[in-house]
Design a binder for this molecule. Sequence first.
Ligand SMILES: [Zn+2]
Length: 477
Amino acid sequence: MQDRIMDVSKRRGIAYPSFEIYRGVSGFVDYGPIGSRIKQNIEDLLRRHYVIGEGCFEVQCPTLSPEEVWVASGHVDSFADLMVECNRCHECYRADKLLEEVGVEAEGKPAEEVDALLKERGITCPECKGGFGEPYEYNLMFQTTIGTGKGKRTGYLRPETAQSTYLGFRRLWEYARRKLPFGAIQIGHSFRNEISPRQGMIRLREFNQAEIQFFMDPDDKSAPRFGEVADRKVRITDKDDNVLEMTIGEACERGVIRIPFLAYQLGKALRVFEDMGLDPKRLQLRQHREDERAFYSSDTWDVEFASDSFGRIELVGIADRTDYDLGQHMKHSGEDMKVSLEGRKFIPHVMEVAYGIDRPFYCVLESCFREDDDRTYFSFPKKIAPYTVGVYSLVKKDGVPEKTEEVFGKVREAGFFTFIDHSGSIGKRYARADEIGVPYCITVDYETLEDDSVTVRDRDSKKQDRVLIGELIEYLR
Ligand SMILES: [Zn+2]
């Protein structure tokens, strides 16, 4: 499945490995002309849901920050994976991934325990069957320097957008006119120096995120709009690995999901993914186990997608980060992060909704990929499709191309993402449009010159309608 999707993806300008002419470096991806459009649409869909839908403020902060930020956040000390190195060929591996391949969950377990598990299972180097040295911690941040000479400082590329959003908390609090709750969304790049990533777009060293931080009163984590998601039925794996099937409302009532605001955000995320075109039957919720959860978080959940190629993939993480991050930055910077509200003074709690972009992007491709007897196409929802409509001339003579340009101009001026194509047989042009998931194709022919009507072809049904040019824009809308 992944091979067939990646084949179309490379051929049609969707996404492909970076640095190809230098033999490539794993963990990086280029979005091509079509992929960039799709990615933009995914980001815009998130903006519609959170900036418009939830009233969040959008911010954009630097991807590079001085060391102090990451000392305060705890990343310099503990943002690390356990790595093992082969004694014979010196290839390095993530210890928990090696164990995962034999069905042992080891993420977040201490080094001695992981070492014991590796030995107990007799796991050796996948490349050369050599033995491993002791597991050791490997920090995943890319380090660099800012400036030079006397003013030189250590800096890191951010491993998450969240911290840069927290740093501006005082400004945002004023902007929010000193009221809680409010949310701030940041969409942008983050970086993790992953140990030998081998999963295409699923594990990248430079990746795209959309992280939303909701700043809340610790005494009020309610969700006034809970009713909007309460009836959504979903499969849930809880922290003790029990698999349950119930509605979000029931999960909240029975205390499976303890915090109403967190439950609401989980239900909301499911809707967002369906809106993107992900197959609803393949989405599920998973609560982090006690030993896997960050120590400061009181509860963490993921929405996962069951991928044909990669198994269960985490698409968004939703965590109650309590007052930990603002508290840390208050301690390390000396800046007061407390707020005064109704006579109380406290550090706000943060509920984080952390979306990846690249993973949902891949899951959109996987969910929308269709192979019929005679064609391959992506059934992207219209708001995700790279272009809404292609405009074609049936023949290249007798005034038909000129008329086609005229129709193209109308569609373009109406604000649709559109392109014009005069070359190749009409069947080939439809096939090309299908392969990039364009929902509509307009064809101008001899009849158009007589009666001012065009053929509009629907991607999914292949049905063709005859539409008057004067009514075309309304039809497309
Ligand atoms: Zn080896």
